[in-house]
Write a protein that binds this ligand. Sequence first.
Ligand SMILES: O=C(O)CCC(=O)C(=O)O
Length: 367
Amino acid sequence: MSKSPQDWPEPIVRVQSLSQSCTDSIPDRYIKPPTDRPSSITTTSSEDDANIPIIDLGLGAPYGGDPEPEAQPQASILRQISEACNEWGFFQIVNHGVSPDLMDKARETWREFFHLPMEVKQQYANSPKTYEGYGSRLGVEKGAILDWSDYYYLHYLPLCLKDPNKWPAMPPSCREVFDEYGRELVKLCGRLMKVLSINLGLGENFLQNAFGGEDIGACLRVNFYPKCPRPELTLGLSSHSDPGGMTLLLPDDQVPGLQVRKCDNWITVKPARHAFIVNIGDQIQVMSNAIYKSVEHRVIVNSDKERVSLAFFYNPKSDIPIEPAKELVTLDRPALYPAMTFDEYRRFIRMRGPRGKSQVESLKSRT
Ligand SMILES: O=C(O)CCC(=O)C(=O)O
């Protein structure tokens, strides 16, 4: 597999600047082919009403304390999460133990970042080598049709990649808030990994250990979707499945935009207040031998309101082989995927940008 390029194939244009200068049209580079546009599928009213499941974890919010981290989840919670993983690959969690105040602070601090003067943000401009910093495209294919969003990408774990100097110094609370946010989300992801392990019939620590135990990776992509004068022609983020293990998404509390693929339809997620949206990534699809599947999702934009979301990716240690759990491989269900490290897989993804589920599906043919 080829190495990540050092630089972008074309000069970077900030979508936020385009949003300010384009009043009634958008550049061709952002116009999707008709089959990929938001309205390419007409939904029925029952699909408009549909939503991903909302699951109450019953952990409350730890104002200073910790909601018994080792407590076994109740059978009814295990069952609801199992159904959601099988049916949707996506669900929302409420009463998850993370303080609503911290969630709001995290999102609003990042919103402030995106409203800083461009010259401040440009100091953090990223490159495709690691993607860390302020970015405006995913993938390095010259001439690709681009998405209507800017983002900020940074590492939280492992510690050797955690470099607060690459985190914005402004707004002044940004580093401190993200540090606390990351700590809380790593704990919550650890709890959810146990639930998934138990539900797959594996020991409760199986997935965590297979991810590298304490040495997992965690990173954040903050997505900023500026207002768009022609939202029907473009997407904020093209259809993709998440390459890592599991994602906890903090959506905008005011503006919907995330759509999840369900059979041939796109379901717009209606976020519950102070919920996290959880989804299965490609690495758990591989480890579960496709008992759980990562699910395609995309983001639509609108002409009235900007949108901010925080996607926290919980990933395996990047240099250990990830393969189907032996316990889930049988004569009837042979291993569907070869072993591959997350580093190798991510390199592949980083070259091509969001491409539906083609990346994880293409692994199958290699067995
Ligand atoms: O903005 C959203 O709602 C989804 C973001 C997302 O899918 C991602 O960052 O991978």
